[in-house]
Design a protein around this ligand. Structure first.
Ligand code: PLP
Length: 386
């Protein structure tokens, strides 16, 4: 157990919040469907190791990751659940996918050709999931190219076509879900032709968090649950749509798992008309008390929060003054009596009656909360708390 007295910044992960979130999603999808948690990008910045441990403990069936190294990391840490690699694996490393018994996304002919060579003489050695292009125009197989992929797969005994999936392009950013509906219909059309070609396709999947929350008909055989497991709504539009569907009943549904903390490293008195930080972008208008915090943009506190963000100290908001530095930032504690060296500070999360929400910080600096948490430095210790 890490003693936080000895570190300047750390992230606490609430196990009860995580367990609550997973339980709620399990209730939504039922016991038969596969609940696959998306733990790519260091579990959206939360820390892949503690999150994977909690996920398995609280009912997740399998993992989705982006890269081969992420999948290998999980295996080496002892997780024997299924792991779907959703991003590109360099052709030179496909043998490692077979060796690790991972599920692999397929959308490139070159990958199929390379696998054909690799798997000669083997049967059912690699479980593949076809990524079908339905409108995101990101990774995916166009409908017109599907017959080529199916004929290749049929001819290679080493390949086992386990699943097919797609990803919604416009399900979070809008309350008008007609494009998502079109994507689902394209997906179903393509699935029909795959089945007509003789493949059983036991694992169909389309649902990210927003789809899981809003549209049960997108759940199919497996859901890929990302941001929701961490207790975040994917967007305000998703929240509004859900509230309309459920008569405003969101009581306890999603509870944020992460609290990012630091401690005051200096408190200083600053005269009126003084500037603070690089570029002298902030000028005091009164005698001020400024607290210096040992966190900066290298830790993942976005520089766009310069003169914009706020933190919590003694349960009260302290606004950021001046520019965020690489390892330091300054906040105004003039109106918070008694602030002293090493007082605990909350950068994201709840303290007392108030909270700093990741999506509030995101809108202050023109991004989304996914990015705010995904960019939290890997060097910050993650600590599971009850
Ligand atoms: C293919 C795919 N599926 C599922 C997810 C999870 O999405 P969310 O975090 O909105 O649940 C992602 C996230 O980026 C993704 O790329």
């Amino acid at each position: 157990m890490i003693d936080v007295k000895g570190i300047n910044t750390w992230i606490e992960l609430s196990e009860s919040a995580y367990a609550n979130n997973l339980r709620r999603f399990r209730q939504m999808i039922g016991s038969e469907r596969e609940l696959s948690v998306v733990v790519k990008a260091n579990a959206y910045g939360h820390g892949w190791a503690p999150i994977a441990r909690m996920a398995v403990q609280h009912g997740a069936d399998s993992f989705c990751v982006h890269s081969l190294p992420e999948a290998q990391q999980l295996r080496q840490a002892g997780f024997d659940q299924d792991i779907l690699i959703m991003g590109h694996v360099p052709l030179a490393r496909l043998a490692e996918v077979v060796a690790g018994n991972f599920r692999l996304v397929i959308y490139n002919p070159e990958t199929v050709r390379q696998l054909a060579e690799l798997l000669e003489g083997q049967s059912g050695a690699l479980r593949m999931h076809l990524k079908l292009e339905t409108g995101a125009n990101r990774q995916g197989i166009d409908e017109a190219d599907l017959p080529w992929f199916l004929s290749q797969i049929a001819a290679i005994p080493g390949l086992h076509l386990e699943g097919a999936y797609t990803h919604f392009a416009d399900i979070e950013d809008t309350t008008d879900h007609h494009f998502a509906e079109q994507q689902k219909q394209r997906f179903q059309r393509m699935v029909k032709s795959i089945r007509q070609a003789g493949f059983t396709l036991p694992k169909l999947h389309t649902a990210c968090t927003a789809a899981t929350l809003l549209f049960p008909e997108t759940h199919f055989d497996l859901v890929r649950l990302g941001i929701g497991q961490y207790g975040f709504w994917p967007s305000r539009e998703t929240l509004v749509s859900y509230k309309i569907q459920h008569n405003n009943d969101i009581e306890g549904l999603l509870q944020p798992v992460l609290t990012w903390k630091t401690r005051v490293s200096q408190v200083k008195q600053v005269a009126p008309e003084s500037s603070i930080g690089y570029g002298r972008t902030y000028r005091t208008t009164r005698a001020s008390r400024i607290a210096v915090l040992p966190v900066g943009y290298s830790d993942g506190y976005d520089r766009g929060l310069s003169n914009q963000g706020y933190v919590l100290i003694r349960g009260k908001r302290a606004p950021v003054r001046g520019r965020i530095c690489m390892n330091l930032m300054m906040v105004d504690v003039t109106d918070i009596p008694g602030v002293k060296l090493e007082d605990e500070v909350v950068l994201i999360g709840r303290q007392g009656q108030d909270a700093v929400a990741a999506d509030q910080l995101a809108s202050l600096c023109g991004t989304i909360h996914y990015e705010i948490v995904a960019r939290l430095s890997r060097e910050i210790p993650r600590i599971a708390v009850p």
